[in-house]
Design a protein around this ligand. Sequence first.
Ligand code: SAH
Ligand code: SF4
Length: 369
Amino acid sequence: MELPEIERVLGKGHPGFRARQIYDALYRQKVSGVEEITNLPKAVRQELASQYRPGVPPAAACWTSTDGTRRYLLTLDDGRTVETVFMPEETRDTLCISSQVGCPVNCRFCLTALMGLERNLTAGEIVGQVLFLLREHGLNAASDEARSRVNIVMMGMGEPLLNLPSVLKATRLLADPAGMGISPRRITISTSGITPKIAELGREPVRPKLAISLNASSEEQRRELMPITRKYHLRDLLDACRAYPLRPWERLTFEYVLLGGVNDSAADASRVVRLLAHLKAKVNLIALNPGPGIPYQTPDPARVHAFQAIVRRAMPCFIRKPRGRDIFAACGQLKRMEEGPPAVTASASVRASSECSTNPTTVVGFPAR
Ligand code: SAH
Ligand code: SF4
C-alpha cells in the first residue's frame, strides 16, 4: 500500500503522522506483523491486525542449487503459487521476481509459456516476493550496505508490461527513499516487446531499467520463436526503443537466447548488430536453458563465444552465466512444479515447506547462506 492508501484505510480521527508511522514500519523496518509496530496505540494495532497483515507470502517449498541459487515456491492468498529466485554473488545478490502467475506470451523456448496465464500479481504480491527474499537471506536491514547488495530483476514468471499498473506501483514502493529505498538503477524489467507499453513506461517519473528480449535476428525468425511478433512487429519494437527516453546513465539491454543451429550463426550476430545500430544498447547472450517440451538445443559454447565476438565489436556484449539450472531456476525454466523440478541432481537439495518458512504471517528464514 502506498501512503495515501494507508491514510484511507485508517480513516479519520488519527494524527497526521500515523499513516507514515505504519508505512515506515512496513517498508523500512520491514516488520512481519502489525503487532510489531509498537509505536502504534494498542487499539489501532488490534484493529489493523484483525483485518490486515503484511503481504509477505509464505514459502510452500524451496530448492537449493549447487551454485547457491535458491528457488522458492510462494503461496498467494488465493492459494495460487508463484516462483521467485535468489542468486547470491560475491558482491551482490540478484532477486529474480515474477510479475504474473504464468505468462500469456507464447515464446517457443520458454517453459513458463506452457502454463499460460493464471492471473496478474498485485503490487503487494510483487513487493511481497522482495520482502520475503530479503528476510529469508538476512538482507532486510534498512542500511545502505544491505541496499547496495540488492539487484531486482523482473525476469521470473510473466510479462511485466502486460501488468504495467501493478509493476509501476511495485516499483514506486521498492524505490521510495522513505521506504525500501532500492534505487531504480537496481531494478530491471524485461519484456518480450509489448510495443505500446514501452512508450507508456517511458513517461513514468519512477521507472525501472528496461531490458528487451530480442531473441531473433530478423522479423521472420522472431515470428517463429516469439509469435507475439505477429502482433507487435520487430520493426515497430525497435522504433519504440529508439524513441524511448533513456536517462543519462541508462542503456537499453537486449537479451538474446541462443538456440543451437537456429539463431546462433555468425550471420545472425551480424544482423543483430545492424538491428541495434544507433541505439544506446548492450546485449546479454543467454544460452538456452533446456526443459521438457522445449524443442531446441543449447548451443555449443564455441558458437556462443563466436557470436559474442561479432556483437562486441559494435557494442558491449556479455554472456550470462546460467544460474540454478540443476533446480530449474534459470531463465525460462520457471514452470510451477509443486512436485519439484524434474531433474534435481543428487547434490542439489530440496526443502520441505516447513523448512522454508513457518506460517503465513511470520516468515522466519532458515539460517542465511
Ligand atoms: N517475460 C519477460 C521476462 C521473463 S523471461 C521476457 O520475456 O522478457 C526472462 C528472460 O528469459 C527473457 O529474456 C527470455 O527471453 C529468457 N528465456 C526464456 N526462456 C528461456 C530459456 N529456455 N533459456 C534461456 N533463456 C530463456
Ligand atoms: Fe512469457 Fe517471457 Fe517466457 Fe516469453 S520468455 S513466455 S514473455 S515469460
